[in-house]
Ligand binder design. Structure first.
Ligand SMILES: Nc1ncnc2c1ncn2[C@@H]1O[C@H](COP(=O)(O)OP(=O)(O)OP(=O)(O)O)[C@@H](O)[C@H]1O
Ligand SMILES: O=P(O)(O)OC[C@H]1O[C@H](OP(=O)(O)OP(=O)(O)O)[C@H](O)[C@@H]1O
Ligand SMILES: [Mg+2]
Length: 282
């Protein structure tokens, strides 16, 4: 039975469970459930605090887990990335009141507040920058400067709305780019059943990331059209009954759907139809 840790709260919790459900696994109905067995799929789920997921994985008490790259690195757990999951994308950045600090070097002698203080300490240490203090806060870090416990913050930034509302501005390069990951323990072989979980999750990612595109095109234009939609391996090309055209089916990145349809139309394709992919195994 593969033991899988899943965040029980916070921004990772719902998308992580949704993804597992889409991959065919049972997920809890009640947010107070802590453990859920799914014997039909050879899996057992443990709902844990997002911050603790990497700690359990690193200690070997669960086989794999879903967490953020930032949380995994901050925990310093004995865990490695196994598969990026493509949600909860964010950057982890320094910020300060607009116009006060413009360079990471200027953090020297100043107080930095963060929920990811281990990450911050090691980032500054590697650059030989000595802050006056690194203050650990559990959340709402953006308020710490206004409330006088820090001069600088290091926090998760997605749209920047929270920073702006607090009168803060980012400076320096992002400390890291984070997203949700499936993680496993480092330095041990892959646990039994991880290959199936991985393929299932990859199938969900592909189904979200790609669409199926069908179109008709005159036979002499098939090569030009296929150059626009090369697909993963090679598109399916079937002859139409009229003997003059072919029907083509190919996978296309969802984000490029309209650009590709425009290009196909230009080439001479017609009857272009786009369908969502319900599930996939490549
Ligand atoms: N606005 C956001 N956009 C994208 N990812 C985010 C955002 N906020 C937090 N995350 C990611 O979620 C993870 C943090 O998990 P956590 O449970 O602390 O989320 P949270 O929403 O901050 O929850 P909490 O309410 O407990 O503070 C990190 O990997 C972080 O990068
Ligand atoms: O750039 P934005 O789109 O504004 O998103 C970033 C904010 O989202 C998260 O906060 P959360 O709501 O989890 O509150 P927290 O500070 O209590 O963790 C994160 O900690 C930032 O504060
Ligand atoms: Mg938070």
């Amino acid at each position: 039975m593969l033991r899988i840790a899943v965040p029980n709260k916070g921004s990772l919790s719902v998308p992580a469970s949704d993804m597992l459900r889409e991959a065919g696994y049972r997920q809890r109905r009640d947010t107070r459930e802590l453990v859920l067995a799914d014997p039909d799929n050879g899996a057992e789920f443990f709902f844990l605090r997002p911050r603790d997921v990497a700690v359990y994985v690193g200690s070997g008490t669960v086989d794999v887990g879903i967490t953020g790259r930032d949380l995994m690195l901050d925990s310093e757990a004995d865990a490695v990335e196994h598969l990026p999951l493509g949600f909860a994308a964010s950057t982890f950045r320094f910020a300060a009141p607009a116009g006060t600090i413009t360079d990471v070097e200027q953090i020297a002698g100043r107080r930095v507040a963060s929920s990811y203080d281990t990450l911050v300490r090691s980032y500054l240490r590697e650059r030989g920058i000595e802050p006056a203090a690194v203050v650990h806060l559990d959340g709402a870090v953006e308020s710490s400067v206004r409330l006088g416990v820090a001069d600088v913050i290091a926090d998760v930034v997605e749209t920047g709305t929270t920073l702006r509302a607090a009168g803060l501005e980012v400076f320096g390069e992002p400390i890291l780019r984070s997203e949700a990951l499936l993680i496993r323990r480092s330095d041990v072989g892959e646990p039994a059943g991880l290959d199936v979980l991985t393929r299932r999750l990859q199938g969900v990612i592909t189904a979200h990331e790609y669409v199926l595109m069908d179109y008709d095109v005159p036979i002499e234009l098939v090569d030009a059209a296929v150059a626009v939609t090369p697909g993963f391996e090679s598109p399916t090309v079937s002859p139409l009954h009229n003997g003059e055209s072919a029907a083509v089916r190919s996978m296309v990145k969802r984000s490029e759907t309209n650009r590709v349809m425009d290009a196909l139309y230009e080439v001479g394709a017609r009857g272009i139809i786009v369908t969502s992919i319900h599930a996939s195994r490549l």
